[in-house]
Structure formats: structure tokens, C-alpha cells
Design a protein around this ligand. Structure first.
Ligand code: GTP
Ligand code: SPV
Ligand code: MN
Length: 607
């Protein structure tokens, strides 16, 4: 391979000696290589073509390998306290010994792929290099869609460029005759490891081939490792979409375009908001990114954001022509589908794609499926992998090496009760409080029970590579640095339910109405009322033109449920107690103020 990078060559030699593959393939990122890998996977049965969509393929995974596994995700710091109580910790020296044992000989008879990749536009001062070693061709083709990878990255790394070594193996040879799943994996949860050594930094992942467990540039590097680097270096690595919002009468990308970054937990609406098709005439939304934002203060003093990724790894179920036409256009070709159902006429299907399911399908496990059979046809965490460049509303600045200036930051979550449609924070510090105390119901994006309310601060609970209390302090510090140029902070909830259990808010393209209200706030219009939880829309301030939604429902969406907030204060008090002694005093003061606003103290006087 054409590299003089001695550290890289030594690492690859070391890993090859450990894993004992029969061949080593350095990925050049070419189309020829990509087509060859796809053809090889079709031949071996790893993927099947999806004839209805050009250059598209589908694969099915083992039932144990369908989502991120938080229980088996480790942050290994020398001092256990630095990982904090929200992360699973292990001793770095012991863990490395364990991992070396697991990886020993694990690639016998198979090919080891070396993937040089870049998170962020090549040449951007905010971009970072990584090199992933894997035994999974599915990971190679996915990384080609999700990142910049190949020979030009290797060239840009030069002879001694810094890179994060990312070691991956699916972990088990496929048993003879086992053709029902696309790749082998360690089928016991206890045999899977997703391990981060932030002090190196390095990543080791064993036993899973799925998404964030295996595409190591994504959650492992761009969030867990990057958040740790960002704290040390004074920037931010966040679980956020980035969109460009332009009001009627102005051109997208003009000085009237505002960029918004939004953090919602996994499967809580980032991809959908990032490429929203506005229902209000004249407004445009352009997509810079749908999952991760790296942000830093530019020389002009404003907060600038890049999307470190180059593709979407999006939730399939719920995606339809009605809910997300731009995603449907993105995945018309050149897409890899994982754990979706397939139709007899050579297409894919998932719950919510059409109002009526097709009469006959093959489900995500390869079994015959009919409507009413009692099982979902697609796995609830089924995903599509497609390049950002295929999105019809991609923002031209998604490749801007300087990133885009951020005017507003939005937090959110799945909250059937208590949390209103939209809140604006009183200040940056109050915005940090809203992010720090965010709760959300769990989803199928992680293995475990769905629908359980938990605190998910900044949508970073599974992704923060250090102590969550220190992370809160870092956010406060960024605000002090930004001063008057700090973005305004909002909180949204598309998921509030009425007494009948149905969503009160139509969501999706209608969410533009909430973005419009935010713009009015940024423009200084009197459209809010002040409450103890923040600024809420004044009655009639959310544009309901052309929308069949009663004033009464709107009032319910924006209501401050005093009993609900008293319960919320108890939950926040518990959260903060679990993070002590590292909760910043400023946030404790804001909690006490909130409690006073509801006639109690944060020490548990409330019911
Ligand atoms: P990750 O990729 O896991 O980080 O998820 P994400 O935050 O990008 O979530 P995504 O946009 O893929 O949405 C997840 C699920 O929520 C899908 O089934 C969507 O259809 C649904 N969803 C998204 N936006 C809305 C909304 O505004 N209202 C409602 N009711 N559902 C939504
Ligand atoms: C998430 O879970 O937030 C995802 C999917 O975006 S994964 O890449 O698997 O982390
Ligand atoms: Mn995500």
C-alpha cells in the first residue's frame, strides 16, 4: 500500500498478527472496489439485490445483532471516576488483555480490510482521520457511504498524520450451512464488546456487525472519542442534526438562511427534521446532517458546525412518501437496506411505508409474512444506508470546510406527557439546564425495553465519552466563550399525547410551524409568554393556517402541567444526585429556581 506512515503500518502489522487473516486488503475507496465488494457479497449471500431500486441491496442480521448495545459499551479511563456513573467502565489494561484474547485468530481464513477514513470534509480544519480494520465487507461498503474513505484519505494523512485506530471484528466464523443471516456475530450479548480508550485514543469493537457497533466512525469515534477530545480542546461533538432554514421570499443559502442544530435521542426524529418538507408555503429546509454535529467557535466568534459524516444510516419504519418524501427520494437508488422486509416484486417494505401492507412479504428474518400474522415485517430498528449527496434537499454547504454558523440549538425527546410542544430557554445557562435534564422514552435503536422514560441529557446518554457532570460544565464554559454570539436554545416535543393516547401534534412537515415561531423569536417578535419552565408560544402565535387543529388542542400542547412538572423536578433531582459531586452549581441553582416556580423545593417536598 502506498503509505509511508510508520505508525499506521506498524499497527496494521500488529493487528494482522493478532487476527491471523488469510489476506489483507487496503481500501482505496474506488468505485471499482465498491462494485467488487458488492458483487462478492451477492455471490456469498451476504446481501441480495433489490431490483426495484438501482444499485440497491438488502441484508438480514442475526436476531442478537439488530441495534446498539449499551450494556456492552465501555469507556476505559485510567481513573474510573472520569467515565462517570452514566458509562460502563472497565480497567484499560485488563480490558485490552481481554480484547486481545477475543481477537486472537478471529479472522482465520478471511480477509482483513483496512479502511482509512476522514470524519468531516477532507481538508477542513475541523476534520479528523481514523483507520478502521474490519473483517466485514458490509462494514467496508457502509463506511464508503457514511464517510470519506480510501486512497485520498491515506494520502492526506501523510507519513505521520494523527488517526484514531478503530479495530473491528464480527467475531465468529459463519457456521457451515448457516445462510439465513448475512454475517456471523457473537450471538451471546456477553461476548460482544464496544470499547473506547479515550486516553489513547482508540476503539475496539468485537462481536457485532450492526450500525453504531461496527461503523466505528459514527458513534464510537465522532461522538464518544470526539466528545472527550472536544472537552480537552474546547469544541463540541454532539448527537445533532444540522439544517438550513430559509423564510419565504429569500433564497436558500442567502444571508436570510439560518442554521439550526438539534439533538434528539436515537429514533426521536433527527433524520425527519433534517430533511423536512415544509407544509407552510415559501419556507425551505436544507439538510447539512442528520445525526452528528462537530461545532467550534470560528475566528468570527460565532459557533460553526460541520457534519462529520457523508451519509445517512436512517430508521426505515415510519418513513413514507407522506412523512418524509425527501428520504424516500434519497433511497430510490444506491442504498443498502438492513433488516427490512422484501416484496415478491423485488422491492423493500417496512411498517408505515404504505397505509396498507402488501398481502405477502418476506420478513426481516427471511420468513413468509402476511398482514395480521402478529409480527412486524421489518425490524423496528431496520435502517437504510445512503449517501447524503442523493438527498434532493442536501444543503450545498454540507461540504463547506468552515462549517455553517449556528443561530439556534434545539433539544427534544419523546414525552407523551408534561413537556410542551416548544419552550425557549431564558438564557444559555437555562438552555444548558434544559439539555441536561432532558428525558425521553427509549426506542428500538438500542437493545433493551422500548418506551421507558429515562433521562437522556443532550441526547448524549449513550454517547458521552466522559463524566456527564463535566460535560454539563463544558457546555456552560462554551456559553461563556460565545457570549453575545451564543445561539439561542429551544426545547421541542413532537410526541405529546392526548387522553385518547394519540399524538396531539401532526409532526413531520408541520414541524415547520414551530421552526417559524423560533425564527420570530430570533427576530425579536413578541410571540411568547414567560413561565417557570421558559418562554412558551403566546396563544395564537404558532401559525395554524391550513392546518386542521383546534385552538383547544393547541392550548393542550402548550399547557404547563403543574403536577407533571412537580414529578419532573423529583426526577431531575434524582438525576443530579447521581452525578454529584460534578453537577455545576449554576445548574443546581436553576433547579432550585424551577422548584420555587412550582411552589416547592428541589429537596423533595413535592408530591
Ligand atoms: P437515530 O438515527 O436513531 O439517531 O434517529 P433519529 O433521531 O434520526 O430519528 P428519525 O428521524 O429516524 O425518526 C425515528 C422515528 O420517529 C421514525 O419512525 C419517524 O417516523 C418518527 N418521527 C420522526 N419525526 C416525527 C414527528 O415529528 N412526529 C411523529 N409522531 N413521529 C416522528
Ligand atoms: C442511533 O442509535 O442514534 C443511531 C443508529 O443513529 S446507530 O448508528 O446504530 O448508533
Ligand atoms: Mn443517532
Amino acid at each position: 500500500m502506498a503509505t509511508q506512515h510508520a505508525r499506521l503500518l506498524a499497527w496494521v502489522d500488529d493487528m494482522a498478527a493478532l487476527c491471523a487473516p488469510s489476506a489483507i486488503h487496503w481500501c482505496d475507496g474506488s468505485d471499482r472496489e465498491y462494485q467488487g465488494l458488492l458483487a462478492g457479497m451477492v455471490a456469498s449471500g451476504t446481501i441480495v439485490p433489490v431490483p426495484a431500486r438501482p444499485e440497491s441491496f438488502a441484508c438480514r442480521t442475526h436476531p442478537s445483532d439488530v441495534a446498539r448495545i449499551e450494556d456492552r459499551t465501555f469507556i476505559c479511563t485510567t481513573d474510573r471516576a472520569d467515565a462517570g456513573p452514566t458509562n460502563k467502565w472497565a480497567d484499560p489494561i485488563e480490558m485490552k488483555a481481554t480484547l486481545r484474547g477475543r481477537f486472537t485468530g478471529c479472522m482465520a481464513g478471511r480477509t482483513l480490510y483496512v479502511i482509512p477514513f476522514c470524519m468531516g470534509p477532507l481538508g477542513s480544519p475541523m476534520a479528523r482521520f481514523g483507520v478502521e480494520i474490519t473483517d466485514s465487507p458490509y462494514v467496508v461498503v457502509s463506511m464508503r457511504i457514511m464517510t470519506r474513505m480510501g486512497a485520498n484519505v491515506l494520502a492526506a494523512m501523510g507519513a505521520d498524520g494523527a488517526f484514531v485506530p478503530c479495530m473491528h471484528s464480527v467475531g465468529a466464523p459463519l457456521a457451515p450451512g448457516r445462510s439465513d443471516v448475512s454475517w456471523p456475530c457473537a450471538t451471546e450479548l456477553a461476548d460482544k464488546y464496544i470499547v473506547h480508550f479515550p486516553e489513547d485514543p482508540s476503539i475496539w469493537s468485537f462481536g457485532s456487525g450492526y450500525g453504531g457497533n461496527a461503523l466505528l466512525g459514527k458513534k464510537c469515534f465522532a461522538l464518544r472519542i470526539a466528545s472527550h477530545l472536544a472537552r480537552d480542546e474546547g469544541w463540541m461533538a454532539e448527537h445533532m442534526l444540522i439544517l438550513g432554514l430559509t423564510p419565504p421570499g429569500a433564497a436558500p443559502g442567502s444571508s436570510h438562511t439560518r442554521y439550526v442544530a438539534a439533538a434528539f435521542p436515537s429514533a426521536c426524529g433527527k433524520t425527519n427534521l433534517a430533511m423536512l418538507q415544509p407544509s407552510l408555503p415559501g419556507w425551505t429546509v436544507r439538510c447539512v446532517g442528520d445525526d452528528i454535529a462537530w461545532m467550534r467557535t470560528d475566528s468570527d466568534g460565532w459557533l460553526h458546525a460541520i457534519n462529520p459524516e457523508a451519509g445517512f444510516f436512517g430508521v426505515a419504519p415510519g418513513t413514507s412518501q407522506e412523512s418524509n418524501p425527501n428520504a424516500m427520494a434519497t433511497i430510490r437508488r444506491g442504498t443498502i437496506f438492513t433488516n427490512v422486509a422484501t416484496t415478491p416484486d423485488g422491492d423493500v417494505w417496512w411498517e408505515g411505508m404504505t397505509a396498507e401492507p402488501p398481502p405477502q412479504l418476506t420478513d426481516w428474518q427471511g420468513r413468509p409474512w402476511q398482514p395480521g400474522c402478529g409480527r412486524p415485517a421489518a425490524h423496528p430498528n431496520a435502517r437504510f444506508t445512503a449517501p447524503l449527496s442523493q438527498c434532493p434537499v442536501v444543503d450545498p454547504r454540507f461540504v463547506d470546510p468552515k462549517g455553517v454558523p449556528i443561530s439556534a440549538i434545539v433539544f427534544g425527546g419523546r414525552r407523551p406527557r408534561t413537556v410542551p410542544l416548544v419552550i425557549e430557554a431564558h438564557s444559555w445557562a437555562h438552555g444548558v439546564f434544559l439539555g441536561a435534564t432532558a428525558g425521553s422514552e427509549t426506542t428500538a435503536a438500542t437493545i433493551g425495553q422500548s418506551g421507558v422514560l429515562r433521562r437522556d441529557p443532550f441526547a448524549m446518554l449513550p454517547f458521552c465519552g466522559y463524566h456527564m457532570g463535566d460535560y454539563f460544565a463544558h457546555w456552560l464554559e462554551m456559553g461563556r466563550r460565545l457570549g453575545a454570539k451564543a445561539p439561542r436554545i429551544f426545547f421541542v416535543n413532537w410526541f405529546r399525547k392526548g387522553a385518547d393516547g394519540r399524538y396531539l401534534w401532526p409532526g413531520f412537515g408541520e414541524n415547520i410551524r414551530v421552526l417559524k415561531w423560533m425564527c420570530e423569536r430570533l427576530d425579536g417578535h413578541e410571540v411568547a409568554v414567560d413561565t417557570p419552565i421558559g418562554h412558551l408560544p403566546r396563544s395564537g402565535a404558532i401559525d395554524r393556517s391550513g392546518l386542521d387543529l383546534d385552538e383547544a388542542v393547541m392550548a393542550e400542547l402548550c399547557a404547563v402541567d403543574r403536577d407533571g412538572w412537580r414529578r419532573e423536578i423529583t426526577l431531575i433531582t434524582e438525576e443530579f444526585a447521581s452525578l454529584e459531586p460534578r453537577v455545576p452549581a449554576e445548574l443546581r441553582t436553576l433547579l432550585a429556581e424551577l422548584a420555587r416556580g412550582f411552589g416547592g423545593t428541589s429537596q423533595g417536598r413535592q408530591a
